[in-house]
Design a protein around this ligand. Structure first.
Ligand code: NAP
Length: 310
């Protein structure tokens, strides 16, 4: 089966949902694909405390539910299928889903990003047996245990703070002598009596038998190794864009993030990108939502030759 549409939106995180809301308002004939639940990375967030208009400490899950309600209210029914293949012809994107092919005159890629891997021995072997990429999802299993968080960005510090309320002891391991995380998070971090920070330190190996039990850390300056006895290891070293299937069709940077102009348009004239899959200066929910809106309005102009007044 094959269907022709004006716009396809891939991804139903905040960028994709925002794009869909604007597509509905603009009267475009569109579909939105979701694969792992509406909300994307929101589903993995504990607290949101920097989205204007939302109360402090709003739960990621709660905002994801609101997004789902918004779609329902606008009678937008996401297609719950991943796109397995994509092909560009001269004027359209041909998207292959499980049950149907879609020929879309325009495409917004809002496919988000996934957790970056450390690439050390034991990381894959002990995944789900001590190793995790999401404190909000798995922290509960480490009540009263000793855990470590790897990374020095906002996510790592937020995860360390979250885990400090559950675990016995948290060690934050960062490869440099300075954290990247925003100052107010660092202030909270250094106030916590059960968090220790190891600077200039990297993971060499993750060991255990059935479950993970030991992590070998190397000091990058002294080259000295130490063994930490740990039950949990939370890896929070950033994100990789979910752009593999688009990388042949649009320009991406060295890390795979899609390059766009200020209208979110990519190197392909009928493809736009928004949110964490895109090379962007500020990775925030609020910028992702805004990029989704900009992308759709730019698509509208492309398809109809003019902007609508908002
Ligand atoms: P990030 O800001 O890119 O930080 C990644 C951290 O992991 C950095 O400290 C980096 O070290 C370290 N790292 C990277 N590769 C590594 C490796 N192979 N081995 C060891 N360490 C490694 O990623 P993030 O913290 O996940 O945040 C992603 C984006 O979301 C950021 O733009 C962030 O601001 C945003 N975010 C915002 C909030 C908030 O506003 N509350 C919360 C979470 C995330 P270096 O410092 O040495 O590069």
């Amino acid at each position: 089966m094959s269907k022709s549409i004006e716009l396809a939106i891939i991804g139903s995180g905040i960028a994709g949902v925002s794009a869909a809301v604007y597509a509905r308002r603009s009267g475009l004939d569109f579909v939105i694909f979701e694969e792992k639940g509406i909300g994307g990375q929101l589903l993995l967030m504990e607290n949101i405390d920097n989205y204007v208009g939302l109360p402090l400490n709003t739960k990621g899950n709660d905002l994801a539910k609101e997004l789902a309600t918004t779609l329902e209210d606008l009678e937008i029914r996401p297609i719950n299928q991943g796109i397995t293949k994509i092909k560009m012809d001269e004027k359209a994107a041909i998207l292959q889903a499980k049950d149907c092919d879609y020929k879309a005159k325009s495409l917004i890629v809002a496919s988000g990003a996934s957790f970056r891997r450390l690439g050390v021995s034991g990381e894959t072997e002990f995944l789900g047996k001590g190793v995790s990429y999401c404190a909000v999802c798995d922290g509960f299993f480490f009540k009263g245990k000793d855990v470590a968080v790897i990374g020095g960005g906002n996510t790592a510090v937020e995860e360390a703070l979250y885990l400090s309320e559950i675990a016995n002891r948290v060690t934050l391991v960062h490869r440099r002598d300075q954290l990247r995380a925003i100052e107010y998070l660092q202030k909270d971090l250094f106030k916590k009596p059960n968090i220790e920070v190891l600077f200039d330190s990297v993971v060499k190996e993750i060991k255990g038998s059935e479950l993970m039990g030991e992590v070998i850390i190397e000091n990058t300056k002294s080259r000295r190794e130490q063994s930490l006895s740990l039950q949990g290891l939370f890896i929070a070293i950033g994100i990789s864009p979910n752009t593999d299937i688009f990388a042949d069709s649009v320009s991406v940077d060295k890390d795979g993030f899609i390059v766009t102009d200020e209208h979110m348009r990519t190197s392909c004239e009928f493809v736009w990108a928004a949110g964490d899959c895109r090379k962007r200066p500020l990775r925030q929910l609020i910028t992702a939502a805004s990029e989704g809106a900009i992308a759709t309005m730019s698509v509208y102009k492309y398809l109809r030759g003019h902007y609508i007044s908002s």
